[in-house]
Design a protein around this ligand. Structure first.
Ligand code: MTE
Length: 309
């Protein structure tokens, strides 16, 4: 695929202080890896660069991040994905990009990653079920890919689809959800620099249970928007089908921005539990937009977020 990283966030934009903080974070990440008992050189494989968008918060261990998952294609228990997702074949992998784009096509992972600068993005991650983690993702801005394929002016939304392969995904043999898992973003949300496609965690390729080889991460929205193992990205005019929203629109809105002021009909969203904090750890107050309000609140100016939740 032609074209290169078009975004203008380069090293020259990063202040020395931010660079220092980021180095410190990378080292903290390396320390966490060592504590997690993972052998081998830290920061070995993907070579991600630090990013000014990373949080200062200490990342969860790789063990936490890869053993407590939601990935219903591999079962509904939190430990089912870690147990079952090894059956997923992730190479070769093709992502169909279609709809209102100048260069539609079937893109291989090599096409998608060629010319991309991988960054480490340490993001807070808040599930709608009121648990949270801090994850050191590796990835690149979705906007970079969308700019390379050329978004046409009539496109208003981006639709995403997960792989449909029941022979490798045991959950898909049962009607737990209306497979394949689908999600969507408004175009301005998709183009926001915080929105990334991730192909790694802790500078290593994504574990299958976390959505290998390529998944979306939208840190100011509830985790279910961050769709895993993506095989199709479509630029469309109308608000796309989103699995949880369509399954239960009263409980899961299309936007699903993290919002402590709007409770889930069955539980409060005011606080959450940090995974890895132990059974008796105190709950933590949830922040609006998961703490990313300064960056994203303006996307929703004039919208009633209690109605369009
Ligand atoms: N994507 C697919 N295809 N299938 C899923 O079941 N679960 C979602 C989201 N993406 C899900 C998915 C939910 S509810 C959450 S909280 C996050 O993935 C969990 O991501 P993690 O397991 O990497 O923490």
């Amino acid at each position: 695929m032609a074209g290169r990283w078009k975004n203008d966030l380069g090293w020259s934009d990063v202040t020395p202080k931010a660079a220092f903080l980021n180095r410190r974070r990378l080292m903290a990440g390396a320390g966490a890896l060592a504590l997690g008992g993972i052998a081998g050189p830290a920061l070995a494989k993907l070579g991600a660069m630090p990013s000014r968008y990373s949080t200062d918060a200490a990342p969860n261990s790789l063990e936490d991040i890869s053993s407590y998952n939601n990935y219903y294609e591999f079962g509904t228990g939190k430990d089912d994905p870690a147990r079952n997702a090894h059956t997923l074949t992730t190479t070769p992998w093709t992502v169909k990009i279609d709809g209102l784009v100048d260069k539609p096509g079937d893109y291989s992972m090599d096409d998608i990653l060629s010319g991309v600068s991988l960054e480490e993005r340490i993001y807070r991650f808040r599930c709608v079920e009121a648990w949270a983690m801090v994850v050191p993702w590796v990835g690149f801005e979705l906007a970079d890919l969308l700019n390379r394929v050329g978004v046409q002016p009539s496109a208003k939304y981006v639709a995403f689809e997960t792989l449909m392969r029941p022979e490798e995904m045991p959950g898909q043999r049962r009607a737990i959800l209306d497979w394949p898992y689908r999600e969507g973003l408004r175009l301005d949300e998709a183009m926001h620099p915080l929105t990334i496609l991730a192909n790694g965690i802790y500078d290593e390729p994504l574990p299958n249970q976390n959505g290998a080889p390529l998944r979306l991460v939208v840190p100011w929205k509830y985790g279910f928007k961050s769709i895993k193992s993506i095989v199709r990205i479509s630029l469309v005019e109308e608000e796309p089908h989103a699995t949880w929203n369509v399954t239960n629109p009263r409980e899961y809105g299309f936007y699903s921005n993290v919002n402590p002021e709007v409770d889930h009909p069955r539980w409060s969203q005011a606080t959450h539990r940090v995974v890895g904090g132990g059974l008796f750890a105190k709950r933590v107050p949830t922040e609006k937009f998961n703490g990313y309000g300064e960056e994203v609140a303006s996307l929703y100016d004039g919208m009633d977020l209690a109605k369009l939740f």
